[in-house]
Design a protein around this ligand. Structure first.
Ligand code: DCP
Length: 710
C-alpha cells in the first residue's frame, strides 16, 4: 500500500520553544529573592524533603537532579532552596503553572500558527512571517542584528578556534549566496530571538528554542543548548545530526522497535537506517512504520503545526501507593469527590473564558485484588456523557467507578458497599473531561442547553456496565452528536489508564459584540427578576443566537427549569451569600461530605501521607557532563506496584528508578509529550506504538554531549 511521503524539500520554518526549568521559574517570579540561587520545586509530601520535580540550572551545576528527594539534594547542594508545589484538595495544584504557560503562549502566538504541546512547550509555524520578512525586510537590509540572534547556535557552522562566533553567525544570517531555505531560517532566527526577548520582557521567563524545517528537527534542537539559547538546524546539517544519534535515543525507538532495529537489523544510529531501502523496512516492520523509519533517517517529518492554544481535555487524578491504597467504597468516593470538584472548576473556567464545553466524562483507575487469581486484569476505564455541575459530575463519576469495580472484581465476587475492606485496593484514580467543543451557536440558548443536561443519564442507563455503549444516545440536545465525536472514547481500543496526552485546541469562538451581550443580559434581567442579573456576559455572549427574538423566547421558556436547577444546587451547597450569583455558581454545587467524622480523620491522615509526586525515567535537558554520562547508562526502570514500601524500606531512593504507582495522573497530561510517552510505555510496555504517524521528537541532551555543541 503506498504511503504519502512528506516533501523532503521542506521550506517551512518551524520553531520549538521550551521553557527553562519551568516550575522553578514560576516560583522564582513569585519569590524574586530566589532568583539566581540553586532552587528546586518539590512535591508536597515532606518525606525526605519531598521529591524534586523541577531543578534550576544553578542547582544542576551542583549535581542536583530531578528524581532526587529534597534531603538528597541538600546533601549535594546544602544551600539549595526547596519550594513546595502548591497544594489544593490534598493534591498538587498546577493552576499557577498552567496560567504561566498561557501567558507565554499568548506572546509566542503573535507571529504565526502556534501549537501548545504541553504545559511549557510550544511549536510555532513561522513560515509566513519569515517569507514576509525575506520579501520586505531581509536580514541584509537591517542596520543591526540583535545580540540574542547572534548568540544562536547554528549546527554545522564552522567555529574554528579563535574565530569570532557571533561574527560567524552574523555572516551566516547575511549570506547572499544562501539558498531560499537557509534564508528563511535566517529570518526564523531573528523572529524567534525577538519572541524570546518579548517573553522575557513580559513574563520574566527565559526559554530555549530550536529552529528547523520541521517539528521533529526543531524539537531535537531546542534542548541542545539550554537555558535561554536557540539552536538552528540548516538542512545541510541534518545528516550530521542524525548520523550519530543513537537509535534508542529517538523518542519512539526507545522500546521494542528500537531493540529490534539494533538486534535484528544491526542499526545503532538513526543514520544507520539510511542503508535500507524503504521496501525492506516496510517488509520487516509494516508499511507505515517502514515508511516512517525511512523518513526519520532523512530528517523528514510531515507533521503540521496545529493551531491549538487550549487543552483538548481536562483531567484530575491522584495516586495512592502502597499502604495508602483505597480499600473501601466510601474512601474512593471521598477522593472522587475531590477530583471531580477540581475538574468541575476547570470546566467552569473553560466555559467562562473560552466558551467551550466538554461532552464526555471518563473514569480511569488502577487497582489490585488481594486474592488475585487474575493479576493481569485491568480496572476498566468507563465513560459517559458529561453533565455540568459538581454534584452531577461526582455522581456520574462514582457510578462509573462502581460499574468499573463490578466488572473488575466480578459481579458476585466481592461486596462493594460499606466501609469494610473488600479484598481490593485502588492505587490510582482519575477523572477526565474530553470532547471539548465551542458552545454551539445558532442552535439553542444556553438555558436550553442546560435544560437538556439536567436529567440524570444514569436513571435511563441500566445496567451501568454498558455506559460506554449508551453514551451516544444520551447527548444533550443542541450538542453536536455525530457518532465520530464519541467513537474514540467509546471504542474498546480507547482503553487508557491516564487522561490522554495533553492536547490543546484552538479557541474558535469569535469575539462577541459588547452591545449584544448587554442587550441579552438586560432582556434576561427583565424576565428573571434578579436571578439572571449576574449571568456572566461573556458566557452568555457565546450563546447568542442569530435571531434575538428566538433567544428571548428560548430563555424565557427554560427559565423555570434553569432556576429550579439552580435553587436545588444552592440548597445542597448551603450557600450563605444571598447576593445574585453568577451563572457559574450553578455548576459548582457541592455534594455534602457523605461520611462520618472518624472516617474523615482517617482520610485526613491518608491525604497528608499521600505522595502524589511524579518521577520520570530520564532526565531531560541541559545536564552537566557528569549527568549526561549517567543518563548514558540508562539504568533500568522499575515498574513496581509497591514503590512506596521499597522507598521507605530501603531508606533511600535510587536515582533513576521509578514506580508506576507513584505517578500522579493529574500531572501527567501536562507534561512534555515525550515524558508522557515514557509513562505510557511503562504502563503498557507491550503496546509500543507502530508509528504510522511521525510523533514528536525526543530530548536531544540524552545523546548530545557538550562537545558536540556547535
Ligand atoms: N515536571 C514534573 N515532573 C516531572 C517532570 C516535569 O512535574 N517528572 C514538570 C516540572 C517541570 C515541567 O514539568 O518544570 C516541565 O518539564 P521539563 O521536562 O520541560 O523540564 P523543566 O522545564 O523543568 O527543565 P528544562 O529546562 O530541562 O526543560
Amino acid at each position: 500500500m503506498p504511503v504519502a511521503k512528506p516533501e523532503s524539500s521542506d521550506s517551512r520554518v518551524i520553531a520549538h520553544v521550551d521553557m527553562d526549568c519551568f516550575y522553578v521559574q514560576v516560583e522564582q517570579r513569585k519569590q524574586p529573592q530566589l532568583r539566581g540561587l540553586p532552587t528546586a520545586v518539590v512535591q508536597y509530601n515532606e518525606w525526605k524533603g519531598g521529591a524534586l520535580i523541577a531543578v534550576s540550572y544553578e542547582a544542576r551545576k551542583f549535581g542536583v537532579k530531578r528524581s532526587m528527594r529534597g534531603a538528597e539534594a541538600k546533601e549535594v547542594c546544602p544551600q539549595i532552596q526547596l519550594v513546595q508545589v502548591p497544594v489544593a484538595r490534598g493534591k498538587a495544584d498546577l493552576n499557577g503553572y498552567r496560567s504561566a504557560g498561557s501567558e507565554v503562549v499568548s506572546i509566542l502566538s503573535r507571529r504565526g500558527r502556534c501549537e501548545r504541546a504541553s504545559i511549557d512547550e510550544v511549536y510555532l509555524d513561522l513560515t509566513d512571517a519569515a517569507e514576509t520578512m525575506l520579501a520586505e525586510n531581509p536580514p541584509q537590509s537591517l542596520e543591526k542584528i540583535d545580540e540574542e540572534a547572534l548568540k544562536s547556535h547554528i549546527l554545522g557552522l564552522n567555529n574554528e578556534d579563535g574565530s569570532d562566533i557571533k561574527e560567524n553567525v552574523r555572516n551566516w544570517i547575511n549570506r547572499h549566496s544562501a539558498d531560499h531555505r537557509d534564508k528563511l531560517l535566517a529570518c526564523g532566527i531573528l523572529i524567534v530571538a525577538e519572541l524570546r526577548m518579548q517573553v522575557l520582557k513580559e513574563t520574566e521567563f527565559t526559554c530555549s528554542a530550536g529552529i528547523a524545517h520541521n517539528k521533529m528537527l526543531a524539537k531535537l534542537a531546542s534542548g541542545m543548548n539550554k537555558p535561554s539559547q536557540q539552536t538552528v538546524v540548516p538542512s545541510s546539517s541534518v545528516n550530521g545530526l542524525l548520523n550519530t544519534l543513537p537509535i534508542r535515543k529517538m523518542k519512539q525507538l526507545g522500546g521494542k522497535l528500537g531493540i529490534s532495529l539494533q538486534t535484528d537489523m544491526g542499526v545503532n544510529t538513526v543514520g544507520d537506517l539510511l542503508q535500507f531501502p524503504e521496501e525492506k523496512l516496510q517488509e520487516r516492520y509494516g508499511v507505515n512504520t517502514g515508511t516512517w523509519l525511512w523518513n526519520i533517517a532523512r530528517g523528514i517529518s510531515g507533521e503540521a503545526v496545529e493551531g491549538r492554544l487550549l487543552p483538548k481535555s481536562h483531567g484530575s487524578g491522584k495516586t495512592f501507593t502502597g499502604p495508602r491504597a483505597l480499600k473501601t467504597v466510601p474512601a474512593v468516593q471521598h477522593w472522587l469527590n475531590q477530583l471531580c470538584e477540581e475538574l468541575s472548576e476547570r470546566l467552569c473556567s473553560d466555559l467562562d473564558q473560552n466558551k467551550r464545553m466538554a461532552h464526555t466524562l471518563t473514569l480511569h483507575a488502577r487497582a489490585y485484588k488481594s486474592s488475585d487469581s487474575d493479576s493481569q486484569k485491568k480496572f476498566p476505564s468507563k465513560s459517559c456523557p458529561l453533565r455540568y455541575g459538581t454534584a452531577k459530575i461526582q455522581e456520574d463519576a462514582f457510578n462509573l467507578f462502581q460499574a468499573g469495580l463490578r466488572e473488575y472484581i466480578g459481579f458476585y465476587g466481592v461486596k462493594t458497599q460499606g466501609n469494610h475492606y473488600s479484598g481490593w485496593g485502588i492505587t490510582s484514580l482519575s477523572v477526565s473531561a474530553s470532547k471539548i467543543v465551542p458552545i454551539p451557536s445558532g442552535t439553542c440558548s444556553i438555558a436550553k442547553y442546560f435544560h437538556g443536561q439536567s436529567t440524570s443519564h444514569f436513571s435511563s442507563m441500566q445496567p451501568l456496565d454498558n455506559v460506554n455503549g449508551e453514551a451516544m444516545l444520551l447527548l444533550p440536545p443542541g450538542v453536536h452528536s455525530g457518532s465520530e465525536c464519541y467513537s474514540e472514547v467509546n471504542s474498546p481500543k480507547a482503553e487508557v489508564d491516564f487522561p490522554k496526552e495533553e492536547s490543546w485546541t484552538e479557541d474558535t469562538v469569535p469575539e462577541l459584540d459588547l452591545q449584544e451581550q448587554k442587550d441579552l443580559s438586560s432582556s434576561l434581567s427583565k424576565t428573571q427578576d434578579g436571578f439572571t442579573q449576574d449571568i456572566s456576559p461573556s458566557l452568555l455572549s457565546a450563546c447568542l443566537e442569530q435571531s434575538q427574538n428566538k433567544q428571548e423566547s428560548d430563555i424565557t421558556k427554560d427559565e423555570g427549569q434553569f432556576k429550579s436547577e439552580y435553587n436545588k444546587e444552592r440548597k445542597g451547597k448551603r450557600v450563605k451569600d444571598k447576593g445574585t450569583p453568577s451563572i457559574l455558581e450553578l455548576f459548582k454545587s457541592y455534594n455534602p461530605y457523605p461520611f462520618g467524622s472518624s472516617f474523615s480523620q482517617e482520610l485526613k491522615k491518608t491525604a497528608e501521607g499521600t505522595d502524589a509526586r511524579l518521577t520520570i525515567g530520564l532526565e531531560s535537558k541541559g545536564h552537566s557532563l557528569a549527568e549526561q554520562s549517567e543518563v548514558g547508562k540508562e539504568k533500568p526502570m522499575h515498574c513496581s506496584s509497591s514503590g512506596y514500601g521499597r522507598d521507605e524500606g530501603d531508606g533511600r531512593r535510587e536515582a533513576w528508578s521509578y514506580s508506576i504507582d507513584e505517578i500522579d495522573p493529574s500531572v501527567i497530561d501536562e507534561l512534555p509529550p515525550e515524558i508522557q510517552d515514557e509513562i505510557k510505555a511503562w504502563v503498557h510496555p507491550h503496546k509500543w506504538r507502530p508509528n504510522n504517524t511521525v510523533r514528536r521528537g525526543c530530548k536531544i541532551s540524552h545523546y548530545f554531549s557538550p562537545t558536540k555543541k556547535s
